[in-house]
Design a protein around this ligand. Structure first.
Ligand code: ZN
Ligand code: ZN
Ligand code: FE
Length: 760
């Protein structure tokens, strides 16, 4: 089946024969579509078979004109349109021109050669960059992007640097962060009292020595601090976990080079390209059975590793010296935003890090590492930040000027200007005062940068979210958007889906329009909004939010729904690890309906099944048990499904999962967890398929945190596709709540446009 790929490229690709190159490559591969060069970058649409399009993408980078340089490359697959030839479209000169701010770009090959060439004047200089690479978003203070408007303004260029900067033929012509060891920023090694231990190359060498000795180093990078330790030293990793109070969440790794990654993980062509890309995200990769010397405590029980390659000269020098993988996790306390300032880092991280490798180039805003997972042979962003933010998602039509403030967890915000939606970098959970301050700063920051005076502000309908409270405190029209609808609209927007569709919105929790907690929703989408078409049958969450971490409570809620009070006797063995008094409290809560809200959440059903199968009765972070359930499938191959039933009541379809749970209870006596888990996942895909059939819709849109689950997502997509449905899932924007701001913004824009039509 033919597909269309949309590509947007930023970089030194203008005026270097890039358009004719694209044209010739497309012609050679017999692809139809167009290429457009505008002030906002080069845009390409090409149509053909998926494998030819993949070849096209690969060769765009590999065979590009020698003089061109790609700083950012984003592609997504969308519906076939039926172009009949390939055209060069001439630059759009009408409309508002937006000067795009580029993300921070991984060091280019030429700069890399220089820092490892002992005769070069930038030998081992950790802040080497050029017009093609280096910091952008993290150093810019305001537009236009000139040195005096960046964090580099405090550094006066030396004669040699100035000459490069002023020479149009030089690779560093107008490279705003241009610097060298004579005139630019430098590194210092501090102990955790802030006393300087050493400077320059010696500081890096001592850091490496300390890491080798099992110490934990806080290292200031491009968009914030990392906490770094030896990934092969189990004691060091455990110590880091203990100090960071991060008991079980997987830790990201930085590998010295791609060869080392391939030794430890299975790496596809696409994954390799992502690892080596200018965006340089963390890529979730499947561990090989026989990996080298990684500590067990890096990602316990997790068959995937989150791996990135060095992306700044500093990281390259550090990793070359160390020559083994390191843990490189965000420099923050649990879920607070990542530290960016030296003294702030010292204060906040002194209980975690033994030493601090800092530098004097200020970071203007925090930008975390991005996270990418490959689903159905496509890139899916799970966290959109460094390398991507603040590049826009482009819409087909002009949008009113709006701000969307996102959800509560994994918050991002979005602003619109003309056809662009600028989604902020990942901000995080709005649970701490630090996160809330970061949230306010990012709103001011993005709206100032793009001079957005919004007509309205979009937020979640949950009145207690801090983001909603923020929206309601502004003196401006507020447009509340339902959470699960926002998920679906977000996915539709990035996939260019218009008109009617069935949205499958599965996540942990979000407030529904009926005041209950939703999370296993099927929404019929039309031009006017949505109608709740079906949902998972509800069950109680004894203790509300407490159940998210004590997932045995969810198991109790599910069993109580099926068998009432009796379940505690009948299935006493399922609660054998629970303290009697705690169990009694939960019993009372359920029986007397105390603090036990009903939910239709798919994410919570995952938790219940994880607890039933004995994987765990507790979760250290939301979604952990669900994740483990997915991982436990391993290489199990089965198409078996549990029974499920769709019922109709009050004009609404409800999916009855009680048969499934009963069968699972029987299966746990004789079958192993991988089989049960696969069968459970298969059943969920089957449920989606049967509701899709009942919906009479052709387009099925998958969104919400549950669709970060690779097995579920791929199983569902294949099942639906094989039966003639058109299926859409996330690519450029996260399926989790990081994608909510785009959905809120698009939904609000629709509403405003409709109101304007009415008035006209
Ligand atoms: Zn460079
Ligand atoms: Zn210099
Ligand atoms: Fe959500």
């Amino acid at each position: 089946m033919k597909e269309r790929v949309k590509i947007s490229i930023q970089g030194a690709v203008q005026g270097v024969g890039f358009r004719p190159f694209v044209f010739n490559l497309a012609s050679e591969l017999q692809l139809n579509g167009w290429v457009l060069n505008s002030s906002e970058g080069v845009f390409i649409e090409a149509e053909g078979e998926k494998d030819i399009l993949e070849k096209f993408i690969f060769r765009l980078d590999k065979d590009k004109p020698a003089i061109s340089f790609i700083q950012s490359f984003e592609s997504s697959f969308v519906d076939f349109k039926g172009y009949t030839d390939f055209n060069i479209i001439h630059s759009e000169n009408n409309g508002t021109k937006t000067a795009l701010i580029l993300p921070d770009i991984a060091i280019c090959d030429k700069c890399l050669d220089e820092i490892f060439n002992s005769t070069d004047r930038r030998y081992l200089y950790p802040f080497t960059n050029c017009t093609n690479c280096g910091p952008r978003f993290s150093i810019i203070e305001q537009l236009p992007y000139d040195r005096c408007n960046t964090a580099m303004k405090v550094f006066e260029m030396c004669d040699e640097c100035r000459e490069e900067y002023e020479n149009p033929k030089d690779r560093r012509f107008h490279a705003q962060p241009n610097a060298c060891s004579k005139c630019g920023p430098h590194v210092e090694l501090w102990n955790n009292d802030g006393i300087i231990l050493s400077l320059h190359q010696e500081a890096i060498e001592e850091t490496v020595k300390a890491i080798k000795a099992g110490k934990i180093a806080a290292v200031k990078g491009i968009g914030g601090f990392h906490l770094i330790c030896d990934a092969g030293n189990d004691d060091a990793v455990k110590e880091l976990r203990k100090r960071k109070q991060r008991e079980e969440k997987p830790l990201a790794l930085m590998y010295p080079n791609i060869e080392r990654v391939i030794e430890d993980c299975e790496v596809s062509e696409l994954e390799k390209r992502l690892l080596l890309s200018p965006e340089s995200p963390i890529v979730l990769l499947k561990k090989k059975d026989k990996h080298t010397t990684l500590a067990d405590s890096i990602a316990p029980g997790n068959p995937y590793l989150g791996i990135m390659l060095p992306y700044t000269p500093l990281h390259h020098i550090l990793l070359k010296e160390f020559n083994l993988p390191v843990v490189a996790t965000s420099g923050n306390l649990s879920d607070e935003p990542i530290c960016i300032d030296n003294n702030e880092a010292l204060e906040r991280l002194k209980c975690i890090a033994d030493i601090f490798l800092v530098h004097n180039r200020p970071i203007k805003r925090h930008v975390d590492d991005s996270i990418v997972r490959v689903i159905m042979d496509r890139e899916m962003l799970v966290r959109r930040a460094r390398g991507y933010a603040p590049l826009p998602v482009r819409m087909n039509e002009s949008m009113p000027k709006l701000i969307a403030v996102g959800a509560h967890l994994k918050n991002t915000i979005a602003v619109s200007s003309d056809k662009n939606v600028f989604i902020s970098q990942h901000i995080g959970d709005l649970e701490t005062p630090e996160a809330y301050t970061a949230f306010e700063n990012v709103i001011d920051d993005l709206s100032n940068m793009y001079e957005i005076k919004p007509e309205a502000i979009a937020c979640d309908i949950h009145p207690d979210y801090l983001s909603s409270k923020y929206a309601n405190s502004r003196d401006i029209k507020v447009i509340p958007v339902q959470h699960h609808y926002a998920h679906i609209i977000s996915c539709m927007a990035e996939n260019e889906v218009e008109g009617n569709a069935l949205g499958v919105s599965w996540d942990g929790t979000g407030l529904g329009t009926d005041g209950t907690i939703w999370g296993g929703e099927f929404l019929k989408i039309n031009e006017d909004g949505f109608k709740r078409f079906a949902h998972l049958a509800t069950f109680k969450l004894p203790g509300g939010d407490k159940a998210i971490k004590e997932i045995w409570r969810i198991k109790a809620g599910v069993l109580y729904e099926m068998f009432g009070e009796e379940c505690f006797d009948k299935y006493a063995y399922l609660f054998k690890n629970i303290k009697e008094n705690e169990l009694n409290v939960v019993k009372k809560m359920l029986m007397n309906d105390i603090n036990s809200p009903y939910t239709s959440s798919a994410g919570r059903l995952f938790d219940a099944v994880a607890s039933l199968t004995g994987i765990s009765d507790k979760a250290n972070f939301e979604g952990q048990a669900a994740m483990n359930l997915e991982f436990d499938i391993g290489n199990t191959k089965t198409d078996d499904v549990y029974q499920q039933m769709v019922m109709e009541c009050n004009n609404m379809l409800t999916i009855d999962w009680t048969f499934m749970i009963e069968e699972i209870i029987n299966d746990i006596k004789e079958k192993d967890i991988p089989y049960i888990s696969a069968k459970f996942h298969n059943t969920l895909a089957e449920i989606i398929f049967s509701i899709a059939q009942l919906s009479n819709e052709e387009k099925i849109v998958l969104s919400g945190g549950c669709f970060q689950n690779k097995y579920l997502t791929e199983k569902t997509i294949n099942l639906l596709k094989n039966n003639g449905f058109k299926v859409y899932w996330h690519q450029r924007v996260p399926p989790n709540d990081g994608g909510i701001s785009l959905g809120q913004l698009t939904a609000a824009a629709k509403q405003i446009n409709k109101e304007k039509e009415k008035c006209a």
